[in-house]
Write a protein that binds this ligand. Structure first.
Ligand SMILES: NC(=O)c1ccc[n+]([C@@H]2O[C@H](COP(=O)([O-])OP(=O)(O)OC[C@H]3O[C@@H](n4cnc5c(N)ncnc54)[C@H](O)[C@@H]3O)[C@@H](O)[C@H]2O)c1
Length: 665
């Protein structure tokens, strides 16, 4: 059978042979054994819905074993034998080019070179799933291959509910992940629903097929680290020889040393898992690997003296580094943390004074004691950071729930008012006011031809467009424009392409729209093949996340999720090729609602109309909400947009003088 035949077949007509689990695969962690006996039966009953009766007996036994061994039913037997990667768009069997583009993006997200646990259909973040099981993948690909431009495929947490008649202007796919009734949004609810096979954690770009490998996170981290140093350095100072101290060399946190090198500082990044640290070192993402605290201190002092730009991985607990640097009087200019505190009890954050291996045993054998140790360590961690910040260190929360979990552990991280945290999040201080409120966010694209020449051409187009816009840009956004022009000019040499030919940069609505239009023109002329546009969910409008993307909303609305919901609905009828909305993402199940889109540019006038309408709304929805929350930069941006776009009429807040309120109550 050819690749196309396999796709068209969907669930195979013959039961595939059972295979051994591949030896070299990076296996997803064993999930919690959370279901009762009756619920386990329900999980098997649910899984067997995908298969004919004659296989039920055999598969029931096998799936029960998977549930016991892994805590989930992945249906390994049904993983196809063909190679999974982003092929040229023309290689997919399809009646709809838009559907073919989605197939390409799905395969990119499951490509073993891209995905973290490809056998378990997990793209990143330990639990960021594209599908819950292989049956869902097979059926979805079959639906996509057979659908027309007058149908829409509806995906419920990876499950393809089916094709419904729609229209050419409707999205081809609507994705929801992890949507639950709000009262059922505790972490254990996810464990249970996912084990039952009825819900999944799509993270942000995994379950929306828009993950493009580490490039996205390197770019975002670079922008953050660069702007963090700008906040504290004098205009004539550079970050060279100055320390950025942080933790985590995992899936996304591994970008920190690379970003630190691009930003030009000394990065010290602690990582308890020797395998993760060694992997990043071997990949060239971190320059120096040290496992002895004395050696670390010596090397760091030397780097300070020589004004070096260098990244150092320390194999050990980050708390020990903070404490030792304080004793040694090593001044840390910028501090942060990217351990996985969104999942603190299952290995996201490792306690001090106990080895990595012993911690892993404790998680399984005595989770209560593990939790206690995590909380004790968090209190120490925060106390040491407080000592450093008292000497002038600039510390920010990196959207990993560090302050939230520290506060829950009783650490000294609350501000005097007892409501806010002592430290700002990177969105409150950096990305919010400097980027999101002006509409700048992580715009990305994928060249569906799979050709690197196409990517080079799009890089050049984007650089030219941004340069032209910058010549007429107001002072307020010049820095962002310049940073992104520099980034795109150097993007190729950073060598960040893994999987599909993809690129990212931060742009506002004008930049995104003009770049997209220039791509569409180039496609129409035959200079490049079709291009898929998208973005990270971590953006201006797509995500309501009170401790991250919307942490700089101060009118009390940061715990609402209207913006994300409006965004996904608004994008869907303005021309998105697919839309997605998720519960959960970087900060955890129940803590965020995030959404995204994909849009295929095929060089047609219809694509031009779609990109203009959709990208405009996709950015300005968030600026409008941010301006209603009285954010100064967003007020500037939305007023500027209304002057250029007479059809845009946004409600502008009246600002109240403090003295009117002071004596009221
Ligand atoms: N704001 C953002 O833009 C942004 C970007 C990326 C990641 N994040 C957040 O950062 C966190 C990390 O993401 P990830 O994908 O890298 O997760 P990950 O689990 O792959 O990596 C985290 C790493 O931290 C290490 N670690 C845990 N406790 C430690 C300790 N006490 N000392 C030293 N190392 C320790 C772990 O061994 C692991 O390798 C997540 O919570 C994520 O949501 C935020």
């Amino acid at each position: 059978m050819t690749f196309k035949d396999h796709i068209l077949q969907g669930i195979p007509t013959e039961l595939p042979v059972k295979r051994a689990y591949p030896k070299d695969a990076n296996r997803a962690p064993k999930r919690k054994d959370i279901l009762s006996k009756e619920e386990k039966q329900l999980a098997i009953r649910n899984a067997l819905r995908y298969f004919p009766k004659k296989w039920h007996k055999e598969l029931a036994l096998e799936f029960a074993q998977e549930l016991q061994d892994f805590g989930r039913i992945y249906m390994y037997r049904f993983k196809p034998n063909y190679k999974i990667y982003a092929r040229n768009i023309g290689d997919y069997p399809a009646k709809s080019k838009q559907a073919a583009a989605i197939m390409l993006m799905i395969q990119n997200n499951l490509d073993p070179a891209v995905a973290q646990h490809p056998e378990e259909l997990i793209t990143y973040g330990g639990n960021g799933a594209v599908f819950q099981n292989w049956a869902q993948y097979l059926l979805t690909m079959q639906y996509l291959a057979t659908m027309t431009d007058e149908q829409t495929l509806h995906l419920y947490s990876g499950h393809p509910m089916g094709l419904f008649p729609s229209s050419k202007n409707a999205p081809r796919v609507v994705v929801t992940n992890g949507m639950v009734i709000p009262n059922y949004s505790q972490p254990d609810d996810w464990e249970k629903f996912n084990a039952l096979g009825v819900s999944q954690y799509g993270q942000m770009t995994a379950g929306s097929f828009m993950y493009i490998g580490p490039q996205g996170i390197v770019h975002g981290t670079t922008i953050t680290v660069m702007n963090a140093f700008r906040k504290i350095l004098q205009k004539d100072e550079t970050p060279a020889g100055k320390i950025f101290l942080t933790a985590g060399l995992g899936g996304m946190s591994g970008a920190q040393p690379k970003a630190g090198n691009i930003a030009g500082c000394i990065t010290v990044c602690a990582e308890v898992n020797p395998k993760a640290a060694t992997k990043r070192h071997e990949q060239g993402w971190v320059d120096v690997l040290i496992d002895d605290m004395g050696d670390l201190v010596t090397r760091v002092k030397q780097a300070q003296e020589n004004n070096e730009i260098v990244s150092i991985a320390y194999i050990g607990n980050v708390v020990d580094v903070w404490e030792r640097f304080y004793e040694e009087d090593i001044f840390v200019h910028v501090g942060s943390d990217q351990t996985s505190l969104h999942i603190p009890w299952t290995g996201g954050y490792y306690p001090a004074d106990i080895s990595y291996e012993a911690s892993n045993r404790l998680i399984r054998e005595n989770p209560e004691l593990f939790k206690e140790k995590v909380q004790t360590t968090l209190r120490r961690h925060a106390a040491s950071i407080n000592n450093h910040t008292a000497k002038g260190t600039y510390f920010f929360d990196y959207g990993n729930a560090f302050l939230l979990e520290s506060s829950r552990a009783g650490a000294d991280v609350m501000a005097e008012n007892g409501i806010d945290f002592k430290y700002a999040s990177y969105v409150q201080d950096i990305l919010g006011p400097m980027c999101f409120d002006y509409g700048f966010g992580p715009f990305r694209w994928v060249c569906t031809s799979g050709k690197s020449e196409d990517l080079d051409k799009t890089d050049a187009i984007a650089a030219k467009v941004l340069q032209e816009i910058m010549e007429h840009s107001p002072e307020e956004i010049q820095l962002q424009m310049q940073d992104n022009i520099t980034w795109i000019k150097n993007a190729k040499q950073n060598n960040m392409v893994v999987g599909s030919q993809a690129r990212i940069l931060y742009a506002d609505a004008e930049g995104r729209t003009k770049i997209a239009k220039a791509f569409n023109d180039a496609i129409a002329k035959g200079d490049i093949g079709p291009v898929v546009l998208g973005r990270d969910h971590h953006d201006v409008s797509g995500t309501d996340s009170p401790f991250r993307e919307t942490s700089n909303i101060y009118d009390g609305s940061k715990f609402t999720a209207d913006m994300a919901i409006h965004n996904v609905i608004g994008d869907s009828f303005r021309g998105a090729t697919w839309v997605s909305i998720h519960n959960g993402g970087g900060v955890g199940w129940g803590e965020v609602i995030n959404g995204g889109f994909g849009l295929l540019l095929d060089g047609t006038p219809e694509a031009e109309a779609r990109l203009k309408s959709m990208l405009f709304y996709d950015v300005n929805n968030g600026i409008a909400r941010r301006s209603w929350a009285r954010n100064e930069e967003a007020l500037f941006a939305i007023k500027r947009e209304m002057e250029r776009t007479p059809n845009l009429k946004v409600t502008i807040p009246n600002l109240v003088e403090d003295n009117i309120l002071n004596d009221l109550f």
